[in-house]
Design a protein around this ligand. Structure first.
Ligand SMILES: Nc1ncnc2c1ncn2[C@@H]1O[C@H](COP(=O)(O)OP(=O)(O)O)[C@@H](O)[C@H]1O
Ligand SMILES: [Mg+2]
Length: 374
């Protein structure tokens, strides 16, 4: 199954709920810490983003549109991988496998019928790239009663665990999630989605300023937090107070969710400031609820570039020395892509990829389906 027996070079592809595009990382795991041979991000075209947003927000479309997007993303991802190999001057025969998360279009682990759905045809990837492709990482965990998410915690433990200090990894993508890594290896890990990360911030600035995101958080910085709105959102939304394991998606924390709270006219900039506080407060509350107060926090994901958001997190968590994963040697933009390269490696080596105490699956299990490279 390994495209290149003996090789420890894997490719990871990640396209998160922000719908910003796809991240690729080519990683050599022969050494520890693993060596990044190539990283890059390819933005989705406006047209793809619009169609994905339409699908994710409406949760409905025609089968023809669904499968067309599935194939188009598969082709797009294959192009990204082939370009990355060329840029890195790497022969595809040296790649053991590629792990592709796919684009989540729906995540409903707690519905009457539990499911999660990712698209981005892995058969296309395997054939267009000629590399063994691992995909569909989440459904086995759901089949075992788990949340199918988050899956990055096992990788966070592999790379970021320290025997000297308790650590938390805070991934701020469309949704934000945290991983708790106690110094004591025997202590239980935790990992869960805290709620919205960038998704509502992106939605609001796009709506009012036609910008895809609030660069550095500068727009939010100039607004005034509407305390009554913030308090109401935090008090009324059951997700925030519910206990882990838990996971959520942008189809829930989307425009309709926000509209439910915006009954009065507010200054748009003040709403942006309030949404940023919602993200930082819900993350800070989750960190404060961890078993140890003296936890060192490392941020990754696109939210790591939101200077104002990081300032607010540092303010709310003064004891946590909030910094980014760059200080642990891994570019915050590519933690998730490297995680899926690593999960492909776990799959090929027949090792469990989920952590049952994190996802609440009945047991640990091997994750991902294999498409042999042609
Ligand atoms: N310079 C920046 N300032 C503020 N936010 C940023 C910046 N760069 C990226 N982001 C945010 O990060 C998001 C992308 O983060 P990412 O980790 O790729 O999320 P996902 O995994 O959900 O795709 C963007 O949608 C944007 O909100
Ligand atoms: Mg992204």
């Amino acid at each position: 199954m390994n495209s290149a027996p003996g090789s420890e070079i894997y490719i990871g592809l990640m396209s998160g709920t922000s719908l910003d595009g796809v991240d690729v990382a080519i990683v050599d795991f022969a050494e520890f810490p693993p060596l990044l041979l190539h990283t890059s991000t390819t933005s989705y075209t406006e047209s793809i983003r619009r169609r994905l947003r339409q699908l994710c927000q409406s949760q409905s479309t025609s089968l023809a549109e669904l499968y067309s997007l599935d194939v188009e993303l598969g082709e797009l991802y294959a192009g990204v991988v082939n370009q990355a190999l060329e840029t890195a001057s790497l022969d595809r025969n040296r790649i053991a496998a590629l792990g592709s998360h796919g684009q989540t279009i729906s995540h409903s682990p707690d519905g009457a019928v539990a499911f999660t759905a990712q698209i981005g045809d892995p058969a296309r990837l395997a054939t267009r790239c000629g590399i063994t492709t691992v995909a569909d990482f989440r459904r086995k965990d759901i089949a075992l009663g788990g949340q199918g998410a988050p899956l990055a915690p096992a990788f966070h433990r592999f790379l970021f665990h320290s025997g000297n200090e308790d650590r938390a990894v805070i991934n701020i993508g469309g949704i934000a999630n945290i991983t708790w890594l106690p110094a004591d290896q025997d202590a239980a890990m935790l990992g869960f989605d805290t709620g919205p990360g960038n998704t509502l911030l992106d939605y609001w600035i796009e709506k009012h300023r036609s910008q895809p995101f609030d660069d550095g958080g500068d727009w939010a910085r100039g607004g005034r937090v509407i305390d009554s709105l913030l308090d109401e959102m935090i008090a009324a939304e059951k997700y925030f107070a519910s206990k882990a394991p838990k996971s959520t998606g942008t189809e829930y924390f989307g425009p309709d969710w926000l509209a439910g709270y915006l009954r009065e006219q507010h200054d748009a900039r003040d709403v942006q400031a309030t949404l940023l506080e919602l993200t930082t407060h819900t993350i800070a509350d989750a960190i404060s609820g961890l078993p140890s107060a003296a936890v060192k926090c490392f941020v990754c994901g696109g939210g790591a570039h939101n200077r104002f958001l990081l300032e607010r997190l540092r303010h709310l968590l003064p004891q946590c020395g909030v910094t980014t994963t760059a200080s642990l040697g891994l570019d915050p933009n590519y933690v998730e892509a490297v995680a899926f390269a690593w999960l492909a490696r776990e799959r090929l080596n027949l090792r469990n990829g989920n952590i049952p105490e994190v996802t609440r699956a009945r047991r640990g299990t091997i994750l991902g389906a294999i498409y042999t490279g042609e």
